[in-house]
Design a protein around this ligand. Structure first.
Ligand code: NG1
Ligand code: ZN
Length: 551
């Protein structure tokens, strides 16, 4: 490692003195102008990680659903998964090292991880459509080069596409071809195969119309590229394609989920099936409005439920020993958990917020379905399950069993097992709706969501809030949990919890109850308790009419 060269190059990507950042649940995020040094250093760290694992590593420049002015970066590990927790620590140390400490921190990482500095290193780089992303991705490239690594710049890609590339490369093509064309071909082939079986059913020749809000982001570009691979019966109309408006502004999956209303710029007719991607296309939510103009959100929980129903039905036909489980976070609507456990008899597990926790837990099962309520999720199949399914799809003599196995095989190929992927999830959902002949309303009516509200509270130091039990209970400050319990106990079917955000300097408050008014009031009262007991900044939250609720 040429430490002199590192110092010289780093001076061109100098860190503002005193600036400290943390590699959170989604990597580093912040205002774009403050991230140049972080990008350079993450390029360098990716080289060390590539050498330590003898694999290609991904670096994605995106701030997902954050405002356009923000940006961010995260590293992708060899199988397309999130960065190892120990290396998240290194990432934080490296990003926060002052210029004169940089060489020391790098040397320490190399020593701790026994990094072979002579090994080749390959880094895959991708970026979203933010105006700042190109320059920031060039800083990543500088960081790769200064340590003698090689990079492959994929340019504009969705976050899940970059995860896919990394996985394909490191599994020597077993997962697919590490090109955009390879991605489109793999998904569309599986989709066409899957949807074929819908042709003979009652919904058979019905055309599949879907309106997609692309959050003015990368999803629009990539769907346009992919459109020619879609079968004729799939008619998608893209809205918020980035040609006019700002990224994530009044649109996108996060906006729709948080505000529980349609995005701007999408003209929605009654009972039309619509969906929204987020800014880097790793989340998706569906929705429609009914004949009375009421908006209905179909979030990640209902997506997980639809997919679980479908998979369970197939598994019963194919191989009863293969089991399906659903992994959720505390944000999952209570009705979804209840429906899955009580009606579907599917085991449900609750883990801490953050994709890596869900992913990790889902790996424990033959078939692990995981979704965050906000629409980030996917399905994981264990190696053993995949082998068994592929074998039955090829060799099974019983027609019904073989056909069901083939469908499962197509789902395996269609879903992006590396990470939640709005494009792949959308295709899985569209296929399931077609195969089952379900309308969006019928899907929505599987269960009724409990009314809920998500709020934010500003406190001086959000880390004073400590949680346990998958973030469902607070252990500090001492009086806070008792206060929440008291507020919850006064309402029917109520639940509330608070946790420090991993991506913003704020405390999140979630409440659900039997009516929207009760959920809103509970969320407000819990926010006030947080403000009072955890060092709130500014005026305490005031009870407000639902329309003026801060989210
Ligand atoms: P934080 O800021 O830690 O709540 C948010 C989302 C997560 C996850 C991450 C990463 C909510 C309430 N939280 O995390 O689910 O998606 O961003 O993007 O939606
Ligand atoms: Zn995202």
């Amino acid at each position: 490692m040429d430490l002199e060269a590192v110092a010289r190059c780093s001076a061109r990507h100098a860190k503002p003195a005193g600036l400290a950042m943390h590699y959170g649940t989604a990597g580093f995020r912040g205002r774009a102008p403050s991230l140049d040094h972080v990008m350079f250093r993450m390029g360098a760290l990716a080289v060390l990680r590539a050498r330590a694992t003898a694999s290609a590593i991904g670096v994605m420049v995106t701030a997902s659903h954050n405002p356009e002015e923000d940006n961010g970066v995260k590293l992708i590990d060899p199988h397309g998964e999130m960065l190892h927790p120990l290396w998240e620590e290194y990432a934080t140390q490296l990003a926060n090292a002052e210029e004169q400490e940089l060489q020391k921190v790098m040397t320490e990482i190399c020593q701790k991880e026994a990094v072979d500095l002579h090994r080749d290193a390959l880094v895959f780089i991708g970026r979203d459509t933010r105006p700042s992303s190109l320059k920031l991705s060039q800083a990543v490239m500088d960081g790769v080069c200064v340590l003698g690594g090689q990079y492959h710049d994929y340019g504009l890609v969705t976050t899940p596409q970059l995860h896919y590339m990394v996985c394909c490369h490191n599994t020597q093509g077993q997962y697919g071809k590490a090109t955009l064309e390879g991605y489109y071909e793999k998904l569309s082939k599986a989709f066409v195969e899957l949807i074929k079986k819908a042709n003979s059913s009652s919904s058979g020749d019905r055309q599949r119309h879907l309106k997609i809000d692309c959050a003015n982001g990368i999803g629009a570009l990539k769907l346009r590229e992919m459109e020619r691979y879609f079968p004729q019966e799939v008619l998608i109309q893209l809205y918020n394609d980035g040609s006019r408006e700002k990224l994530n502004h009044l649109c996108g999956a996060d906006y729709v989920k948080v505000h529980q209303k349609p995005p701007r710029g999408l003209d929605m007719k009654p009972n039309e099936r619509c969906c929204s991607f987020d800014g880097d296309a790793d989340r998706i939510v569906y929705y429609y409005k009914d004949a009375d103009d009421h908006f209905h959100l179909i979030d990640g929980d209902k997506i997980a439920t639809l997919i679980s129903i479908f998979l369970k039905e197939l598994l019963v036909k194919v191989e009863r020993t293969l089991t399906v489980a659903v992994v959720q976070t505390a944000y999952a609507n209570g009705s979804s958990t209840r429906y899955l456990e009580e009606t579907m008899k599917v085991p449900v597990h609750c883990v801490k917020t953050g994709v890596k926790h869900l992913h990790h837990k889902a790996q424990e099962f033959d078939v692990g379905v995981y979704f965050e309520a906000n629409g980030h999720g996917t399905v994981l199949f264990s190696k053993a399950a995949e082998t068994k399914i592929r074998q039955l799809a090829k060799e099974e003599k019983d027609d019904e069993r073989r056909e069901a196995a083939k469908m499962l095989e197509n789902v395996i190929d269609l879903i992006n097992q590396t990470v939640g992927d709005a494009i792949a999830d959308m295709l899985v959902i569209e296929a399931i709706l077609a195969l089952k002949g379900l309308t969006v309303q019928q899907w929505d009516s599987i269960y009724t969501d409990l009314p809920n509200r998500l709020l934010k509270v500003q406190v001086a130091d959000r880390q004073v809030i400590c949680t346990t039990d998958a973030e469902r209970r607070v252990t500090a400050p001492p009086a806070l949990q008792a206060a929440i319990d008291a507020l919850v106990s006064t309402r029917q079917a109520a639940r509330a919890f608070v946790r420090p955000s991993g991506t913003e300097d704020t405390v999140r408050v979630y409440a659900e109850a039997h009516t929207q008014e009760a959920a809103d009031a509970l969320a407000h009262e819990v926010s006030a308790a947080v403000h009072r007991l955890a060092g709130g900044v500014g005026a305490p939250p005031q009870p407000a009419a639902p329309a003026t609720l801060l989210t």
